[in-house]
Design a protein around this ligand. Sequence first.
Ligand code: PMP
Length: 394
Amino acid sequence: MPPHPLFFQGGNGSRLTDLDDNTYLDYVLGWGPVILGHGHPGLTEAVQNQLPHGATYGAGHVLEAEVAEMVIERIPGAERVLWSNTGSEATQVALRLARGATGRRRFIKFGGHYHGWSDAMLVGYRPGPTGDLARGSEGQPEAVLDDVTIVDWGDIEAVRRLLQGDEYAAVFCEPVLCNSGVLAPPENFLTELRRVCDATGTVLVFDEVITGFRMSRGGAAERYDVEPDLVVLAKAVAGGYPLAAVAGRAEFLELTTSGVVHAGTYNGNPVVLAAAKATLEALDEPSVYETFENHGRKLGEGFAQALTAHGVPGTINQVGPVVQCMIGVKEAATFTDFLAADQKFYDRLLVHMLRRGVFTLPGGRWYLSAAHSEHDVEQTVDVFEAALKATLAD
Ligand code: PMP
């Protein structure tokens, strides 16, 4: 039986408390944004300090520029920044900029990559009832499929072939495929994508909504040393407040001054930007990224050892502070491998973890925050093992 949906009264650091006063170690982190943990003092203070100055101005203000400078300093290739509120908005802005720049309509995306819920983007994410990777939602026009070609993650030859026709405005990807298995890019794949896009005048877009400020200070672009034309940012950038951005080369972003529309009442909201400033400053504290790496590895290794100890076939992927557990598959390097994982078993495991005070995402992904201690990680590995035993005994 699935448990009741959880309702929380609040959080503190790595923990959440539900309405019945049960506490949980939190690996959901609001689906990723709460990178500093809950109620981080510096972030909370920054928001409180901004509140008396009003909610929004409908015109420029200093924080817009200040935080844009911080993004430009961190993200490879970023020369300009446009503010939005959510990742779904920002990916659409990126697509529009790419189309505006190239005069081309179509784009390439990869199977299992998620770029938000818009009509244009919610394609090729999960197989539908007939097993194909088409539209993601009822109510989405069939016509959206005319604009997009879905390619296997890592298939550089397919990208090369498609881009030869000068038909495609952009290639979108999650540079680490966090939404479907935490799959690192195949070796040299991002570099090759960069090369093919350069050769064909196609805009390379890294959707770093998850990876940005998480996989390293400069996101996956820095980690893999590849400079995309446009980077989409959200989630971690403001530590849990609704902020997103498109950052990238000036020649693209400046199209918004010559005909490409980028609108939104709340874009560049000062309260949210105050949160972003505090978050990016806190992420610059010594050894934050080293700790992400260590805790990520420790959590992943602990899970893998528990699976082996109890004879449960499975595999763990981990990049930085993002860990993916897949039951029933030996190795997961492709989207197809990820889809083969035993989700039913994992769902049961998840309920046993919840009962033992560990809150984690359905589907097998885990996010670590800067507030998670080594002790939290050790305790979590113990809970994972106990939950595994309980699942096997069900
Ligand atoms: N891109 C990626 C890679 C994401 O993971 C998400 C959200 N999970 C989005 C875009 C959409 O962001 P939002 O939910 O803020 O609209």
